[in-house]
Design a protein around this ligand. Structure first.
Ligand code: PMP
Length: 409
């Protein structure tokens, strides 16, 4: 059982006053706060073990290398990859998706197809646009059904024998909908396509098993799962990573360098050119330890409980439009909304005056915002350290915001 009140003691940042009100942090889809265990691990690394990895034979270099690689093993276990060869450290999801799209540029032929959805984050759209433009491949979109879920019928029609890549988000950062990526992987594979999953918004909130999902690539961002910024993972099946050219070249990723050519290290180091984000990787390992201690299934169940609690209260607010499916079992802890005809930036600013941190804007999903035919949305997003009191504060702040703009406050 998650005891959020107890857990909050691990997150000193949450205990502060903003605009004369206790902070209610509901912008977890943008980034999450870090527990002291993660902060202490990073500090300890710099105070005791800081050295470059894979190079030195001295004690500090050995310790740094050991901890860096131990962290890779933690990440492997966390997502259930079959080998650490399949776990590449990246800067985050954006880097991971760019790397996969580079692979697409390597193998796509003119007229072949890439299938993505309208609810993708820009980082799962633009790299594919680039790959399509460079290779003459066709970028196809799948849209939403009447419940604002992914249109599975449309998806089945969009994927053909010409499809080489299908890249879909596991959880939408705007609609809050969870997509059936395991089923989509099956459909992709029936047509011989490579299945890519953007796991930025799912990995922090539920148990991930890349072998069970049977995806070919999977990306995650450390900062969205109580880890540091600037570190993430790209999982890829070994057979694809072996076929894939390195994206960056330089130190650390080579075996031998001659005047006119070079050979690469084996996986996963072939992809990790230059001095990596060692402290970030070790910090991410500590984040994984922290999450596993709480339990991913418990985290998911607790967040569902929060959404179950807050949704009926939100629905009572007249003029509040909530995006995404009604069926809470298909939702994560992301709730996007618009209030009356107020601009979401005004709503978010007014809520900040109440100490409630929500995000407003296009959430790096402009094609979706255009499709929904709204200027932008406001978004509240929960994590396991949020409480039912935070939910009440969200509802109160929305009611006050409405009254304020209606001139009744
Ligand atoms: N995909 C989704 C669904 C996201 O929500 C985000 C972050 N907002 C990203 C990709 C990009 O992640 P990052 O900025 O950590 O690279």
């Amino acid at each position: 059982m998650i005891d959020a009140k107890k857990i909050r003691k691990d997150f000193p940042i949450l205990d502060q006053i903003v605009n004369d009100e206790p902070l209610v942090y509901l912008d977890n889809a943008a980034t999450t706060q870090k527990p002291t265990a993660v902060l202490d691990t990073i500090r300890y690394y710099y105070e005791h073990d800081n050295a470059n990895v894979h190079r030195g034979v001295h004690t500090l270099a050995e310790r740094a290398t050991h901890d860096y690689e131990a962290s890779r093993e933690k990440l492997r276990k966390f997502i259930n990859a079959s080998s650490t060869k399949e776990v590449l450290f990246t800067r985050g999801t954006t880097t991971g998706l760019n790397w996969v799209a580079k692979y697409a540029e390597q193998i796509l032929k003119e007229g072949e197809e890439i299938v993505i959805s309208i609810m993708e984050h820009h980082s799962n759209i633009i790299p594919w646009q680039q790959a399509a433009a460079k290779t003459g491949a066709v970028l196809k979109f799948v849209y939403l059904d009447e419940n604002q879920e992914l249109d599975m019928q449309g998806l089945k029609e969009a994927i053909t024998d010409k499809t080489k890549f299908v890249s879909i988000t596991h959880a939408s950062n705007v609609l809050g909908v969870l997509n059936p990526v395991k089923e989509i992987a099956e459909i992709a594979h029936e047509h011989g396509a490579i299945m890519v999953v953007d796991g930025a918004q799912s990995t922090p909130h539920m148990k991930i098993d890349v072998q069970d999902l049977n995806c070919d690539f999977f990306t995650l961002s450390g900062h969205k799962m109580v880890g540091p910024t600037g570190i993430g993972v790209l999982y890829g099946k070994e057979k694809y990573l072996n076929d894939m050219n390195p994206i960056e070249f330089g130190g650390e990723m080579i075996d031998f360098v001659y005047e006119q050519s070079a050979t690469w290290k084996e996986l996963p180091w072939k992809f990790e050119a230059g001095t990596p984000n060692i402290a970030g990787a070790i910090g991410l390992g500590a984040a994984v330890d922290y999450l596993e201690e709480l339990g991913m299934d418990e985290i998911h169940a607790y967040e569902t409980e929060l959404v179950n609690y807050v949704m009926p209260k939100l629905k009572e607010i007249e003029g509040l439009v909530i995006y995404g499916p009604d069926d809470i079992s298909k939702r994560s802890g992301v709730i996007s909304f618009n209030l009356d005809n107020l601009h979401p930036h005004d709503v978010a600013t007014a809520m900040d005056m109440e100490g409630v941190a929500v995000r407003a804007g296009h959430h790096c999903a402009q094609p979706l915002i255009e499709y929904l035919d709204v200027p932008a949305t406001a978004r509240a997003s929960f994590y396991f350290y949020n409480t039912k009191e935070d939910c009440d504060k969200l509802v109160d702040a929305l009611i006050k915001t409405k009254e304020f703009f209606n001139g009744t406050l």
